[in-house]
Design a protein around this ligand. Structure first.
Ligand SMILES: NC(=O)c1ccc[n+]([C@@H]2O[C@H](COP(=O)([O-])OP(=O)(O)OC[C@H]3O[C@@H](n4cnc5c(N)ncnc54)[C@H](O)[C@@H]3O)[C@@H](O)[C@H]2O)c1
Ligand SMILES: C[N+](C)(C)CCCC=O
Length: 522
């Protein structure tokens, strides 16, 4: 554990005046007290109100249903200002050596570690995930910056000997101003997964978080400034689809890295295609977890729980189709249901809470709608699946539901086919390896997949056959930053994390050097 030396609430936040007496005196943030008062755009090394923009957005504290921030969505002028700032900073940053960039990224990672409690609390307040999980997300975030700091110094090309003493070499060069567009489920972590490799390679970035979770990425921007990046290297614009489109269509943008849904990913790709801009698309999933009867049952149950209920089930790579070999179906189901019923739902800032509220009311209703549809199609709700009101009266308007396990599932049912993005696990029996692989791959998605078995040969055979970019053997949903992460099929392309991400934030220049005289056929 890294020691935390700062109070939980940093000076950038203010609590509601009415709660000042209790909350501001305490070093611990409490649910129902936070209100964002500072601007949420970040440009020229400082927080700013957008230069233009018409639409207003409200961000919520999902735990209480309170509005905690109101902001104007950035218009075309503000987007352009952010991009021009980034272009200026790019000229300085791209000329630095990898070691120079590395030092600054390491400093940013150190500051994130130091401010971990504060950032995690804000993530928990704005997203609804438990503080326990938010801390893990922040750890993964600083580890990501540290990892790319480590790679920055060794980014290099190749030297190739040619005839007659001539030679060629390659230079790995940055792309320019990269745009990052993020989803709301891992707001700070997604921003770090994009900024880490982008900045290590010498690029600048303009980042747009989801309008549901606008808050913590601005902390990241402040941290980069404090760590010593050139002014304007990492900028934040706020807004929804319109702001995102201004970014994607801007002629000075060299690349778009997007995390979000398949339909939006498709629009992003279309816009980027017009400008021949490369894209990274981290999209949705409906991942299979295959549990063979020879598994260590307790590990498989743990894997299924981790693969379905982190962040209220709002996780792209979740293993929402749990295939269980028929011999252990009853035992596995009984254990999973028992464990699911015990999940502590409630105030996400409390230490023992393991499931907070969903992101907002429409999303909660959508998830509950899926369960209703499942029942109509003949699924059996084995536990949960209902709106939930915690005992604490301040949480009565929050967006909670009880985590759900569905039985009697068939492959063609809506809940088994579509991404629900909520705490809903579907259990599907199977008999043979061949059969389950066919069924597991029968999806438009290909983000992740997993297998639990003691048979080492079968484990490798199964993951080799899975059409998914991120596979787990005897575990699920862990995310070491050293390993590339990304999808097959409609779950997207390009990779985040690992050395692989460098490919997606840099380009190769070939230099051919003649050491003799020039011959000509003319
Ligand atoms: N593969 C991954 O790494 C990963 C990680 C997290 C979430 N996701 C996926 O994200 C989805 C949930 O996130 P969401 O609801 O925020 O997705 P979304 O597609 O609705 O929005 C994602 C982002 O795109 C922006 N956006 C929306 N329309 C746009 C447009 N026309 N042009 C430019 N930007 C636009 C949004 O404002 C937001 O910032 C799920 O499908 C989930 O699986 C994938
Ligand atoms: C950190 N996890 C759990 C692997 C999630 C990655 C981002 C997907 O939504």
């Amino acid at each position: 554990m890294v020691p935390n030396s700062r109070p939980l609430l940093h000076f950038g936040f203010q609590v509601l005046r009415s709660c000042l007496s209790s909350a501001a005196m305490s070093p611990v943030a409490s649910t129902g007290t936070f209100r964002q008062v500072l601007p949420l755009n970040y440009r020229s090394g400082t927080r700013v109100e957008p230069a233009d923009g018409r639409d207003k957005e409200e961000a919520y504290e999902p735990a209480t249903g309170r509005v905690i921030a109101t902001f104007t969505c950035s218009g075309e002028k503000e987007v352009d200002l952010a991009i021009q700032n980034a272009k200026t900073a790019f000229k300085i940053w791209s000329q630095k050596s990898g070691m120079e960039r590395s030092r600054i990224l390491l400093e940013a990672a150190r500051i994130i570690r130091e401010r971990k409690e504060e950032i995690a609390a804000m993530e928990s307040i704005n997203n609804g995930k438990s503080i326990f999980e938010a801390r893990v997300d922040i750890d993964i975030s600083w580890q990501c910056l540290e990892y790319y700091a480590g790679l920055a110094g060794s980014l290099a090309g190749q030297h190739v000997q040619l005839p007659g003493g001539s030679f060629g070499y390659t230079r790995r060069e940055p792309l320019g101003v990269c745009v990052g567009i993020g989803a709301w489920n891992y707001p700070f972590q997604i921003a770090c997964w994009k900024a880490g490799p982008a900045l290590a390679c010498g690029n600048a970035m303009v980042y747009k978080p989801s309008p549901f979770t606008p808050i913590t990425v601005v902390l990241l921007a402040e941290i980069f400034t404090e760590a010593g990046v050139p002014t304007g290297l990492f900028n934040v614009v706020q807004g929804g689809a319109a702001t995102g489109e201004f970014l994607c269509r801007h002629p000075d943008v060299a690349k778009v890295s997007f995390t979000g849904s398949v339909p939006t990913g498709s629009k992003i790709m279309e816009m980027a295609a017009k400008g021949i801009k490369p894209v990274t698309l981290e999209l949705g999933g409906k991942s299979p977890l295959i549990i063979f009867s020879d598994c260590v049952l307790e590990n498989a149950v743990n894997g299924a729980m981790m693969g379905n209920f982190l962040t209220q089930g709002e996780v792209c790579c979740n293993a929402t189709r749990v295939f269980v070999q028929r011999e252990i179906l009853d035992k596995f189901t009984e254990e999973v249901v028992k464990r699911t019923k015990k999940i502590k739902i409630g105030d996400p800032l409390l230490e023992d809470t393991r499931m907070g509220p969903l992101i907002n009311k429409p999303h909660l209703e959508k998830v509950l709608g899926f369960i209703q549809k499942g029942k109509e199609q003949g699924m059996k709700v084995l536990c949960g699946g209902e709106a939930y009101i915690p005992g604490d009266s301040k949480l009565k308007n929050g967006f909670y539901m009880s985590p759900c396990v569905l039985g009697n599932c068939k492959d063609d049912m809506t809940c088994v086919k579509e991404e629900i993005f909520g705490p809903v696990m579907s259990i599907l029996p199977f008999d043979t390896e061949e059969e389950v692989l066919e069924r597991a791959n029968n999806t438009i998605y290909g983000l992740a997949g997993g297998v639990f078995t003691r048979d080492i040969q079968r484990a490798h055979r199964v993951v080799a056959a899975l059409q998914a970019g991120m596979c787990f053997i005897n575990n699920y949903n862990i995310s070491p930053v050293e390993l590339p992460f990304g999808g097959y099929k409609r779950s997207g392309f390009g990779r985040e994390n690992g050395e692989a991400a460098i490919e997606y934030y840099s380009q190769l220049k070939t230099v051919c050097v003649e050491m003799g005289d020039v011959e000509s056929v003319f």
